[in-house]
Design a protein around this ligand. Structure first.
Ligand code: 5GP
Length: 204
């Protein structure tokens, strides 16, 4: 029997660049992990494609998925639902592949309860002023949404203690390298490998 894959969760405050870092990681060749595409009720931004960036759903469709237990986690974030399809995650892990989630902190907390063995990485902005700049220069949000997101972000940073690793997003390439290094190290953890190697001793 093959080993199960690792569940990798990248989270962090609103505007820190989780999406940008995730896209940079997945633009690289020879990557061993699978991205779990989320469901959302928010309207697509320009250039976003259904089934690639998100599965775009109506509130009714999303609430039905919640009722049917089809979501590993979900959260309401700045007026919209976001959630992770449970079947994709479970099937991919069972097939031995690592699954990568890029989600906000309320959802990450739910995943931690269900998958305590997952790898939880918190992406941190270099400073709060830098974070505000990033939310503003994204340019797709109104003033009210920007202030709302900044306040949410401060509360989110206080949830850092729920994570295994903290990665500063000072430069996208560096953040990507750190995340990939953490995944490699996590696969080498004694707790994960010991059962497999102890089995070797049983073979006569
Ligand atoms: P955006 O609307 O900018 O694409 O995403 C808003 C926030 O929702 C980001 O922090 C993003 O990481 C988070 N997010 C995206 N997908 C999911 C998901 O499936 N579950 C949760 N809980 N958050 C998500």
């Amino acid at each position: 029997m093959h080993e199960k894959g690792l569940l990798i969760v990248l989270s962090g405050p609103s505007g820190v660049g989780k999406g940008t870092v995730r896209k940079a990681i997945f633009s690289q060749p020879d990557l061993d992990f699978k991205y779990s595409i989320s469901m959302t009720t928010r309207t697509p931004r320009e250039g976003e494609v259904d089934g690639v960036d998100y599965f775009f759903k109506t509130r009714e469709e999303f609430e039905l998925l919640i009722e049917q237990g089809k979501l590993l986690e979900y959260a309401e974030f700045v007026g919209n639902y976001y959630g992770t399809p449970v079947d994709y995650v479970q099937e991919t892990l069972d097939s031995g592949k690592d699954v990568f989630l890029e989600i906000e902190v309320q959802g990450a907390r739910q995943v931690r309860e269900k998958f305590p063995d997952g790898l939880f990485i918190f992406l941190m902005p270099p400073s709060l002023s830098e974070l505000k700049n990033r939310i503003v220069t994204r340019g797709t949000e109104t003033e009210e949404i920007i202030n709302n997101r900044l306040n949410v972000a401060k509360e989110e940073i206080e949830m850092m203690h729920l994570y295994d690793y903290v990665v500063e997003n000072d430069q996208i390439e560096l953040a990507c390298e750190r995340i990939k290094a953490i995944v490699v190290a996590e696969h080498c953890r004694r707790e994960r490998l010991e059962p497999k190697y102890l089995k070797m001793l049983e073979v006569k």
